[in-house]
Design a protein. Structure first.
Length: 136
């Protein structure tokens, strides 16, 4: 019971539709902070962080041409895909979710921001196109 309470307090447990209910436009706006290190969209290239096109469903630590930390590569070997649940944990606290990651972002503290960013990330297709009607 304590584990469930802790998970709920950290925002790690959500209903099956939490991310579907996220606001993609708000997520696109919130994700602007990610642009400091990541790219997305047509023709996106790696920066300090990997391209985020198609990140939802992609195996962690595998985007071509990006030099991941051994911690992220190992995390990817244990987790075959970035799911909304894994992304929620990671976006809340990258270093606690993947100790040793090179990602220095402290994380989002607001669960609504996390839900919205995940909803936005779900719109980014691997080819750089987007299924969202929002501007990026």
């Amino acid at each position: 019971m304590k584990v469930l309470a802790l998970a709920l307090a950290l925002g790690l447990v959500a209903s099956g539709t939490a991310w579907a209910a996220g606001d993609t436009a708000a997520g696109a706006d919130t994700a602007r902070v990610c642009r400091a290190c990541h790219n997305w969209g047509p023709g996106a290239t790696n920066k300090i962080g990997p391209v985020l096109n198609g990140v939802v469903g992609r195996q962690p630590g595998t985007y071509a041409g990006f030099s991941y930390s051994s911690a992220m590569v190992d995390f990817g070997k244990k987790n075959p895909a970035w799911t909304p649940q894994l992304l929620a944990q990671f976006l809340h606290g990258p270093q606690s979710a993947v100790p040793g990651t090179k990602m220095t972002f402290a994380g989002f503290t607001d669960q609504t921001d996390i839900d919205n960013v995940i909803a936005f990330l779900q719109t980014l297709k691997a080819d750089g196109s987007s299924s969202a009607a929002t501007s990026q």
